[in-house]
Structure formats: structure tokens, C-alpha cells
Design a protein around this ligand. Sequence first.
Ligand code: SDX
Length: 392
Amino acid sequence: QSGVITLDPGYKNTGSCESAITFLDGEKGVLRYRGYSIEELAEKADFLEVVFLLIFGELPNKEQLDKFKADIIEQSEVNDDMKTVINGFPSSAHPMGMLSSLTSALIAFNPKSVNVDSEEDMYKAIVKLLAKFPTLAAWTLRRRNDLPLENRDKDLGFIESLLKMMFAKPGEDYVADKTVVDALDKLLILHADHEQNCSTSTVRIVGSSHAGLFASISAGVSALWGPLHGGANQAVIEMLEEIKNDGGDTSKFIAKAKDKEDPFRLMGFGHRVYKNFDPRAKIIKKAADEVLAALGVDDPILEIAKGLEKAALEDEYFVERKLYPNVDFYSGIIYRAMGIPTEMFTVMFAVGRLPGWIAQWREMRLGKEPIGRPRQVYIGETLRSFKELDNR
Ligand code: SDX
């Protein structure tokens, strides 16, 4: 199969790994979770079914899914003292910085979830995190808007309760728009795992020291924040806004992205693995048209995005380097249409990626993998003698 790589026998303790969770074929633009195509899952599954599939390896039957949902709801209360932690941040703090800190702070209130070895204890820690992480994510937005911090409404589904925690105003009878709920469910599925990307590798390598699930996920949130990784979805919108405010001339930005003297890169373009279209970008692009039409949102930056994509795909610099739109190129346009502020886009990515991180951490721990230790090629000085201060 193209895209299959061979690793030297010593790979096991370098941070690279064998995994049975997600398969990518970058040449063919193929993405599968536990053997199921992303196209089928995005179309037919709901997010919690995909969460169960990624973590435990099989699609749940009705009894398993109902129990999984009930276990998550039961654990959804976040300790009141966590409100003291988040209220210690200025309301201007970036949500990803708050989310990483809050995920780590959860350890203090769930000490039994720190270092777990049995599958049973892992399940408890996993359910706790799946239950509380969306609340913490929503709280980062409420902190920025100086809104009171509410826990999950246990009578609502996973997505509906997340949206209510993000947007409901005090005393308001908030009901999430079904178009938004369905679109967000699909977006979270599309972000749920992506084999050994930067943040997932971070989770696995931190977890390999047995630092515990919450600490490993907190590290993954920090890695995802970078604009070359999950932070790209925020950077794409900022770039499209700049193009719009500059009169909409995409050729100027294409030229800048090609200029080796200029550090500017076309955000949302390119990928380490996909040298063809990112299959997620195709699905999200189609969903952007559908969601904006359904919500009656006419966002000029959608047309700018399509114009930029067309111009880049006709430019030999991008064609030669096989630079196509990736998952981050269109996702922000949908989030924006949903009323999610730009600085929250990467938090939404983290909520989607959480099950993938957890699945990969669990696989690494159950596989009793050794502590990861990437190797280096030493290119520094050869042996030399110490020089006294007066002789330097
Ligand atoms: C995600 O790994 C994953 O799976 C990540 C992810 C996931 O689901 O976890 O898919 C999510 O992070 C998607 C990527 C989001 N990032 C961006 O959109 C930022 C913009 N993209 C680039 O920075 C870049 O394409 C990367 C970081 C995504 C990939 O970088 P690579 O594989 O290291 O590519 P490279 O830096 O070696 O570039 C190869 C060439 C270079 O030119 P030359 O030196 O050969 O002349 O392509 C050029 C680069 O300058 N290039 C770009 C470009 N991306 C690569 N030129 C302009 N614009 C770009 N976006």
C-alpha cells in the first residue's frame, strides 16, 4: 500500500510507534478510523459513537452507547474550586492557554486519575476527562465574555449541552439550532484523530513517562495551539480577513507565500502527509456551503477562500509542492457562521481531537511501550579542553 513506511527495528523507543487506530494514505487522500472511512463516519455516525470506536476499537451497540453516554453525563460536574482557577486568569487570556492549564489543574481534583494501570481505572479516568473537558472548553469562552460558569445540562445531548455552556446567557432559555448541532457533530468527527501528528505524538511521549492521562492531554493541547498545527484554523480566518480588508486580491498573498524572503505561508495549505487533497477539507468545504445557506449567512470570506484555493491550485509553486487545502482551511468559516469567535476555533479542534489523543494514550499504555526517547545526529563540537576566564 502506498503511504506505508518501514521503521528501523530500534524505532520502538524513539517516539515512533505501531498503531491500530487511524490509517492515512497521503498519496490517495485516504483517512480511516479503525478501518472505517472518514466519509462514512462523517455521514452516518454521531460524535460519541466515533469517540467509543476510536478508544475501544469497535462501533458500540445500543446498550454500550447508552451506558457510555450515561457514564459521561454522571461525571460531568466540574469541581467548584476549578472556577477559582479559571477566574484567576484575565478575561483576555487566550482560550488555549486556559484550556491547557485547566486540564492540568483537573489532576488536583481527581488524584486517583493520575497514574492508572488497570483497564478499569483507565476507563474511569477516560470518562472523567471526556465528561469535563467540554465544560472547561466552554468555560474559556464564558471567562472571556465574563459570563457565569455553568455545568453541563444533563438533560441535553453532548453537542447541545456544549453549545448551551458556550453561549447561554443568564436567565435565557437557550436552544441550539439543529443545523449548528449537526454541523458541529460532523466537524468534531472530522477532527477526532489523525495518527502521529504533532499534538498526538506529544500526548504519547508525555504519557510514555507515566505522567498520567490528564497531564498528557494538557501537553497535547499546548502542542495543538501552534499556528503550524491546530492554531492554523484561527490563522486562516485572520489571513482571509486581511485579504478582504486589502481589497480581496488573492494574487498578492499567493506571491507573498512563494517569496522565500517572506516568512508568510498560506495558512490552511499544505500537509506533511497528504500530498493530495485532505479528505476532511473536501467534506468541510461542502459543509460550509450547506451550513451558511441553512443559517442564511452570507460571509464574503467564503468566496475569498474559494478564490484563494483556485488561484493556488493553478499556481505551479503550489502544484509542484503538492500543497492543497487542509482540514483548517474551511473549518473556521463554519465556526464563524455558528457564532463561535475566532480565538475559540482551536479549542473546538481540541474538543474534537480529545478522543484521538485518549485512544492513542490508552494504546500506548496498554501496549506497555517504553519511555519515548527520540534519537539525534550530533553535529556539535568534538572534545575540547576548558579555557580559564582570562584566556577566553
Ligand atoms: C494540521 O500532522 C497532521 O496530521 C496535522 C493535522 C491533524 O489533523 O493533526 O492535519 C492538522 O496541523 C494541518 C496543518 C495546519 N497548518 C497550516 O495550514 C500551516 C501552513 N502549512 C505549512 O506550514 C506546512 O504546510 C505544514 C506545517 C502543514 C507542513 O509542513 P511540512 O510538511 O514540514 O512542509 P515543509 O515545511 O517541508 O514545506 C515543503 C515546501 C517548502 O518549500 P521549499 O523549501 O521546498 O521551497 O512547501 C512550502 C515550504 O516553504 N510550503 C508552503 C506551505 N506549506 C509548505 N509554502 C507556502 N504556504 C504553505 N502553506
